[in-house]
Write a protein that binds this ligand. Structure first.
Ligand code: FAD
Ligand code: MG
Length: 291
């Protein structure tokens, strides 16, 4: 897990909280949700901010309204979240926990009962990244999630998930409009024909790629460290590479360079790709994916 603090020259946005939102030591669930809620409230109250931050403040309010509506329409046992450790569902998870606090649903030890459990489902890619697996595992602990995991194709996995968890009627998904098949989605969409039947809820559908990173960095939310290596969209190890749009240009420095085969220059490790949060264009997000 990383908080993007690696480079001292890049401390992130000016109003960024100094401490990460969460650490490896889990907090009692109600304390965690209060902390998330307070940090989001402080973010929403910030004034004299850039146009980008203003737009993320609006997106945050809109997403919180969608989640609040979901919490009116469905009980906790009827809700789940599709979580694969990626940046989009991470933002969604944080917003969900904030909304639970607002609605008075963030009781301690949520895992002890189906009535209070924060249900999630993770479908393992055929060739998962170790880093993604580790981040999902640490998220389960940090955020007290009740996670079921499947290693099979998505449609079959969701059919199994509904069989294993028959109370679930609706699942939060972190799809955005610029994702494949995202263009025409609404906040609430039943699954397409041929898919197991449930309601899909898309609270972050209108967030742009850069909005996601603005939120994560502004609130100092730890994320999967592959993003710091230039990965911008996470699939499996066989079809995902660092994003070529983030490749570093050769240095024009006057210092004579001695390159070695392991990628070090003058003994200093120079990352070959810039971090994911430096990409701005929605349509360049998947340049590191083969499919
Ligand atoms: P991402 O951008 O990583 O995925 C977008 C979001 O999907 C993530 O934020 C996360 O919430 C969820 N997600 C993606 N991969 C996983 C995973 N391995 N485990 C858990 N959650 C994951 N396609 C259809 O054509 N019709 C449907 O009715 C339909 N219903 C779906 C319902 C759910 C709950 C999910 C998760 C997917 C569904 N899909 C459906 C597939 C969807 O359109 C995407 O193809 C799929 O989510 C992969 O997304 P992506 O490649 O854009 O990756
Ligand atoms: Mg995504």
């Amino acid at each position: 897990m990383t908080t993007g603090d690696a480079a001292p020259s890049d401390r992130g946005p000016p109003n960024r909280p100094a401490s990460p939102l969460v650490t490896d030591t889990p907090l009692p669930f109600s304390v965690l949700c209060t902390k998330i809620h307070d940090r989001i409230t402080a973010f929403l109250e910030e004034e004299n901010v850039s146009e980008r931050v203003k737009s993320v403040q609006q997106q945050t309010n809109s997403s919180l309204s969608v989640i609040a509506e979901a919490l009116e329409r469905y009980s906790l046992p009827e809700l789940s979240l599709a979580y694969n450790g990626g940046k989009d569902c991470l933002v969604l998870l944080i917003l969900y926990l904030c909304a639970l606090h607002r609605k008075g649903l963030s009781r301690d030890a949520p895992n002890t009962s189906i009535e209070t459990a924060i249900q999630c489902v993770y479908i393992q890619a055929p060739h998962p990244f170790e880093e993604v697996e580790a981040f999902v595992t640490s998220s389960v602990k940090t955020y007290s999630l009740s996670m079921l995991e499947y290693a099979k194709p998505m449609k079959i996995a969701f059919a199994d998930y509904l069989r294993d968890t028959p109370s679930v009627k609706a699942i939060f998904v972190g799809t955005r409009r610029t994702d494949p098949h995202g263009e025409h989605l609404k906040h609430f969409d039943p699954t397409d024909s041929g898919w197991p039947e449930f309601m899909r809820i898309h609270p972050v559908i209108d967030w742009h790629y850069a909005d996601i990173w603005t939120f994560i960095r502004h609130l100092n939310i730890p994320y999967c460290n592959l993003y710091d290596l230039g990965y911008t969209s996470l699939g499996g190890t066989t079809d995902t590479h660092p994003n070529p749009a983030l490749a570093r240009q050769p240095s024009t420095s006057q210092v004579p360079k001695v390159d070695t085969p392991n990628g070090t220059t003058n003994g200093i490790k120079a990352p070959k790709f810039r971090p994911a949060y430096e990409l701005m264009d929605d349509y360049e997000e998947r340049l590191g994916r083969d499919r």
